[in-house]
Design a protein around this ligand. Structure first.
Ligand code: GRG
Length: 270
């Protein structure tokens, strides 16, 4: 099956599962559930949970048993977007082509919608029954991971000085990279593959996350593009994509799907 069709199919399955896991709009208090569903649907590309599922399948697992983990990863991603859009952070009025959550509802509700889906993600992780994995995900999105990246980003933005490469690397690895890394790594942990394979999955996820951010900077003409220009940034992304795929060699031909998803990241326009 063509990789685009594979991804579109997975997106549908993920959306259906998210719909099942989230409280319905009629559940009290209705307003918070309305705000949560507004932020989660129709959603974006669902790239992170697709990577989790594709990684799990590569390791010999079946889609259904990783679905709570894949959905937890997407809910964590959505919480970061809701909070990132708040006036106290990036102050964005729009997200995914519509009003951001706090603009549609209000700041308090958006904050709680983010908290609500972060909390639900750990309920889903408890369903997966692997406390080591829950710990690894907590660490990846904590103050030495995603949150840490956001903290340094905010501090650097406030100084108004041209950002240094070292700081940008730190922000990218943590703010974007950590969640990509754990999204892929989670698949190996849940399937119980050996440490060599888990490390390979981590390295692949880390490089892919970095590539993803470089392409994002090319689309938005900021970040690395502001320092190195578009041509150099694209070259960096291409090299990093090759490095990402090289980590998959340990999986042999089974790595085809993850490799294709990685290549597709280079071509994305949104
Ligand atoms: C801890 C509040 C908090 C934030 C952490 C991840 C993050 C920092 C903020 C989110 C905003 C942002 C621009 C992150 C960079 C990573 C990135 C390119 C996110 C967009 O991801 P896509 O393109 O989005 O996968 P869709 O809409 O497709 O889900």
């Amino acid at each position: 099956m063509d990789v685009r069709r594979y991804m579109a199919g997975k997106k549908k399955v993920i959306d259906k599962a998210l719909d099942r896991y989230l409280p319905c709009v009629k559940a009290e208090p209705q307003l918070i559930h309305k705000a949560i569903r507004y932020a989660v649907f129709p959603g974006g590309k669902r790239i992170r949970p697709i990577l989790t599922i594709a990684g799990f399948e590569m390791c010999g697992g079946k889609e259904n048993s990783i679905m709570p983990v894949a959905c937890a990863i997407e809910l964590i991603h959505t919480y970061t977007l809701i909070h990132d859009d708040l006036p106290c952070m990036d102050n964005d009025d729009f997200r995914r082509g519509k009003l951001s959550c706090h603009k549609k509802f209000n700041e308090g509700l958006a904050l709680l919608a983010g908290d609500g889906i972060l909390t639900l993600s750990f309920e889903l992780l408890s369903e997966a029954g692997n406390s080591y994995l829950a710990g690894e995900i907590s660490r990846a999105i904590g103050t030495c991971g995603t949150i840490g990246g956001q903290v340094v980003d905010i501090i650097k933005q406030k100084t108004n000085r041209r950002i240094q490469r070292r700081d940008l690397d730190y922000i990218t690895s943590n703010k974007t990279g950590s969640l990509f890394e754990i999204a892929v790594r989670a698949s190996g942990i849940l399937k119980g593959v050996d440490d060599k394979k888990i490390n390979a999955l981590s390295n692949f996820g880390k490089c892919l996350g970095f590539t993803f951010q470089l392409i994002d900077d090319l689309i938005d003409k900021d970040g690395y593009v502001a320092i190195y220009g578009a041509k150099h940034t694209r070259k960096m992304a291409e090299l990093l994509n090759e490095r990402a795929k090289s980590y998959l060699s340990i999986f042999g031909r089974k790595a085809k799907r993850l490799s294709e998803i990685s290549d597709l990241t280079l071509q994305r326009q949104s």
